[in-house]
Ligand binder design. Structure first.
Ligand SMILES: [Zn+2]
Length: 438
């Protein structure tokens, strides 16, 4: 053996000896008073969840707690997996003052850098309310959503797992009616939409979003009279699938929704135009409904609008459509966090007469399925990321128990305890999880 080879061997040996020692030092044992399984709608008393290196390694009543493990006592709480909002815009915050909630002006006034910082804050607010996964579906400036996701994944800041769409792709103009100067020159404000009007442009737009960090593709199906055809949407689906990604469609006309369902999009955003016939078609194809079930509150909505929303949601539920809890939250209500705004959407789900265990399943299991994280994070099961929350009430009986989140663990690190956010372990002065994460 040459000296060099011997040296390499001893370095390798030292490496393998040191690694497990690091792992042993990071074991956490959570004592769960009531452990809720949203998949079955059941709870078990006095369970132990063992967490190592950010992952759940054992769950059960008699799991031995290793010497030196950090112990967390949640014996007085209901412990459950994290919640999912399947439609949010963390880097968009329109306001009554100054823009009268007209978000075209928000784009003019708020730069992408300030919106990325808003996104960090909004993400932390969502995590504090128990949302460990957020699908961040466009209208996020010049890829502020990718910046947020990467910052969280590299380990700079705390936040939910982000499934982001990058720029929403649409026919010229996207969802807006820009002036000729803005539409053609793109030099007044960064366009919130990526124009794609031909097959070549569709392929290029999908590739641009993938290159710039999107994890799901979002398109405007019918915001313009020249909305996408079934064939064009099939092209989107094929091109996205080459990178293992799904396509969500924003719909706002009945004809557009029908084309989107026919093309077989993964999920549909918004639900105003979905009726009994379209719900039956969606159920048959297993298409996710990422509706926008805005509740009627003192700060938003109308009684008539709410009645329509509730009737639509009830019809979707009765037809067995794949439902997600999704809010489209992108506005500021003084005195409320983004998380509090989002959890208020429970009002609509309760008004639709959907039982608490079903609502909880939709907010968790369905959310993981729509986000395609079932194999990596979601349920409290051995081998999955340790994303765990706890509330003092009993959400299987009273879904409003979710309004009082006492404890949040994300990737094995405690983010909130005894109702107080304590995120110091999440803040790092460098990309502790690796700079190559993009
Ligand atoms: Zn939206």
């Amino acid at each position: 053996m040459t000296t060099q080879r011997a040296l390499r061997r001893s370095v390798l040996a030292a490496f393998f000896v040191i690694l497990p020692m690091v792992a042993w030092g990071q074991t956490t044992a959570i004592h769960a008073g009531r452990l809720i399984d949203p998949e079955t709608g059941t709870e078990q008393q006095d369970q132990i969840i063992l967490v190592e290196e950010g992952s759940i390694v054992a769950v059960g009543p008699n799991v031995p707690v290793p010497n030196g493990a950090e112990e967390i006592d949640l014996s007085h709480l209901s412990v459950l997996p994290g919640l999912v909002d399947a439609h949010n815009h963390l880097a968009l915050t329109y306001k009554k003052d100054p823009e009268n909630d007209f978000y075209y002006y928000t784009y003019v006034q708020d730069s992408t850098p300030i919106r990325a910082i808003q996104a960090v804050s909004n993400g932390i607010q969502m995590l504090s309310s128990g949302f460990t996964i957020v699908r961040d579906m466009g209208n996020n400036g010049n890829y502020a959503d990718t910046a947020l996701r990467v910052a969280i994944e590299q380990g700079w800041i705390p936040g939910p797992t982000i499934i982001n769409s990058g720029l929403i792709i649409g026919g010229m103009g996207g969802q807006f009616w820009p002036t000729p100067e803005m539409a053609r020159e793109h030099d007044i404000v960064y366009p919130e939409y990526l124009d794609a009007d031909t097959e070549d442009e569709i392929i290029k737009a999908v590739r641009q979003n993938i290159l710039f960090g999107a994890k799901v593709i979002k398109i405007m199906v019918d915001a313009k009279p020249y909305g996408y055809s079934v064939e064009e949407m099939e092209l989107f689906i094929r091109e996205a699938a080459r990178a293992g990604m799904k396509v969500e469609g924003h719909i706002q006309t009945r004809a557009g929704a029908r084309r989107a369902i026919e093309a077989g999009l993964w999920s549909l955003a918004h639900s105003e135009v979905l009726d009994d016939e379209l719900h039956k078609m969606m159920a048959a194809k297993g298409i996710w409904r990422a509706g926008t079930e805005t509740p009627h509150t003192e700060y938003r909505g109308s009684a008539e609008g709410f009645d329509r929303t509730v009737a639509g949601l009830k019809n979707a539920y009765e037809n067995g459509v794949n439902l997600t809890f999704s809010t489209d939250a992108d506005y500021y209500v003084p005195g409320m966090t983004r998380g509090e705004l989002v959890i208020d959407f429970l009002e609509t789900w309760k008004a639709a007469g959907i039982p608490a265990p079903e609502i909880l399943k939709i907010m968790t299991v369905n959310g993981y399925a729509c986000s395609e994280t079932l194999d990596t994070r979601g349920l409290i099961k051995s081998g999955l990321a340790a994303d765990i929350i706890a509330v003092s009430g009993r959400p299987l009986e009273d879904i409003d128990a979710l309004r009082d989140v006492q404890f949040v663990m994300k990737d094995g690190l405690v983010f909130k305890k005894d109702g107080v956010v304590t995120p110091e372990k999440f803040f790092n002065a460098g990309p502790v999880n690796g700079w190559r994460i993009r």
